[in-house]
Each structure stands twice: as structure tokens, then as C-alpha cells.
Write a protein that binds this ligand. Sequence first.
Ligand code: HEC
Length: 182
Amino acid sequence: MSSQVADKSFVTTFVVLISALALLATVLFMVGALVGVVGSVAPDDGSRKQVAVIERIKPVARVAFAVPKPAGAELRLSGQDVYNKVCMACHATGAAGAPKVGAKDQWEPRFAQGLDTLVKNAVNGIRGMPAKGGNPSLTEANIKDSVVYMLGETGIKTDAASAPAATVPVEVAPAAAPAPSN
Ligand code: HEC
């Protein structure tokens, strides 16, 4: 009789122990999965979604640039066009920590690096800022125009702002024209 009681309490203890182990394993598994997810998604996943959106809307610009035409023959997008098509997605709202157009305090410390650096960072991408705003069909000149446009809208004057960058294809140099390298 007493051995039956002992058996029963052993079984109970055993079941509790097994359950606890199973729970522990589940928790560990979940933590592991979570760490895996966190590790694989960079903190700027918001901007990744934006990039995905831009990936989807980019054919408009891609068609325009894929048609090989002699330099200067096609209408070059103005900085404003590029901004409206691509950059606005983040820079109008400050999505993903993008400096907002119109927020001088956000742009001034960046502009202090010099326009060329800003353009270079926008072309190559920096942190949450995807290369060319996620649209590889844009040229460096497009990027520069749109950066100048954003700075202008923010009230920051650049030397380039006074140049007729918008409609005159001054910068459609041979270097910019050859085969899109994407
Ligand atoms: C997917 C969102 C997104 C899009 C689209 C986007 N940007 Fe950005 N951009 C960012 C973010 C985020 C930052 C801030 C990066 C940082 O400094 O951490 C940024 C920063 C910048 C900067 C400042 C770089 C520096 O050196 O401080 C420039 C210039 C810029 N973007 C230009 C552009 C231009 C031009 C376009 C359009 C062709 C564009 N961006 C499109 C998200 C975006």
C-alpha cells in the first residue's frame, strides 16, 4: 500500500518534471527563434518595407532609362520629379528616420558635410537610406538634383541650386550614359 503511494507520488513528480522540461525547451526554442529574427532583421525594417514599395513602383523610371538614346536626347527628370517619384516616400514624412524636407534642423548638420558628401551617401546608401533611394535606374545627376531640391525646399541654399540643373541636361556626360550597371 505504502509502495503504491510512493509510486504514485513518483509518477506525479515525474510528470511535473517532464512538463517543466518541455516548457523550458519550448521557451528556449522561442527565445532562439526570436533572437534569430531580431538578428536577421536590421533595426531599419521599416525602410525595408519602403524599399520594397519602391521596388514595385520603379518600372516607371526604369523604362525611361532603359531605352538607349543619345545623351541629351531624352528629357531628364528634374530634381522635383525624382523627389516626387522616389525620395518623397521617406523624406516627406521622416519615415525610418529620414531627414524630413522642411526640417532645417535635421538637414543642416548633414549639409555641413558638404553637398558632394550628401550626394555620395545618397548614391551609395547610408544606414536606413537605401542606395539611390532604392531605385538603381537613377543617375548620380538625378540624385544630386533631388538632393538639391530637398535642400531648397528646406530653405538651404546650395551652389548647385542656382545652376539650371532641372531641365537642361548639362550633366548628361558620356560617363553617366553607358550601360546601366545593375
Ligand atoms: C526608404 C526610405 C528612403 C528613401 C526612398 C530615400 N531616403 Fe534618403 N534617407 C533615408 C534615411 C532613413 C536617411 C537617414 C540615414 C541616416 O543618416 O541614418 C536618409 C538620408 C538621406 C540623405 C542624408 C545623407 C547624409 O549623408 O546624411 C540624403 C542626402 C538623402 N537621404 C537623399 C535621398 C534622395 C535624393 C532620395 C531619392 C532619390 C532618397 N534619399 C530616398 C531614407 C530614404
